[in-house]
Design a binder for this molecule. Sequence first.
Ligand code: PBG
Length: 329
Amino acid sequence: MFPLRRNRRLRTSEAIRALVRETIITPNDFLVPLFVVEGKGVKDEIPSMPNYFRYSLDLLEKEVKELWKLGLKSVLLFVKVPDNLKDNKGTEALNQNGLMQRAIKTVKNVCPDMLVMTDVALDPYSIYGHDGIVENGQIKNDLTSDILAKMSISHAKAGADFVAPSDMMDGRVLTIREALENEGFINTGIMSYSAKYASAFYGPFRDALDSAPVDLVNIPKDKKTYQMDYANRLEAIKETQMDIEEGADIVMVKPGLCYLDIVRDIKNAVDVPVAVYQVSGEYAMLKAAAEKGWLDHDAVMMEQVMAIKRAGGDIIASYFAKDVVKLIS
Ligand code: PBG
């Protein structure tokens, strides 16, 4: 007697494993988040994100050129806004000469073929650290959507290829799509953060941009009235389908690793590309464990990005993008 199928035959050498491998990671899979700050000559390491930096525009140029050389062709921009420019309604977000608008132009100048996506939400601009306008202890949905649409137009004017609303207001994709069409930006895409959970994994990102909800009376301490409850699964499909109906070109699940069941559900349910955001806390966790010598950084990193793609992630937004590409090239 012998086993009729010896599955181990397909694992006997690296050559046969490579031949039958189902999932392949390439530089094309990645979207690189970049943090931009005012100033000159600034390359500021984010304390809770070792080896990840905030760049001033001059050094952003260098970084973007390096990414391009590595084969990384898409970036997702975030800005850290000086405190004195913050208010409750994101006035600075609409400044055509604001940091985001200049960052878009900077990237397009040094690297015209780089795909530029921009974060669209009020939190970096908000004195309260919320993604929308706060009134009477509530985040105002429709007022916020109108500003996000204006913000999107402003980014499109500066040269953004895609806007990425990360705020979770209801109906904002439609409002943004309509505004873009009306202004003639018919080819400006929308990557919607469609299933974005109220997650504790965003901590290091909020450190990076100084954008955490503030601790003040009558200001919600968390984002649970707009970001999703992580106990829910069907709701992610509903959110995503609605965003597609409203005009999203790409949808997203966020965070990554703890939400791969959602990624697979959505991948099976929709016909647009699915992005997954491996968020700041996921990055920080591995960096910390590797620093302690408890995990093999590169091995775990590859296992993680592979798992995201295997689960159905067509696009991986990840702070590991450069590390991965260096490792596999
Ligand atoms: C802002 C935004 C956040 C992230 C992306 N866009 C933070 C938040 O919603 O509080 C998180 C990204 C990360 O943690 O890496 N709306």
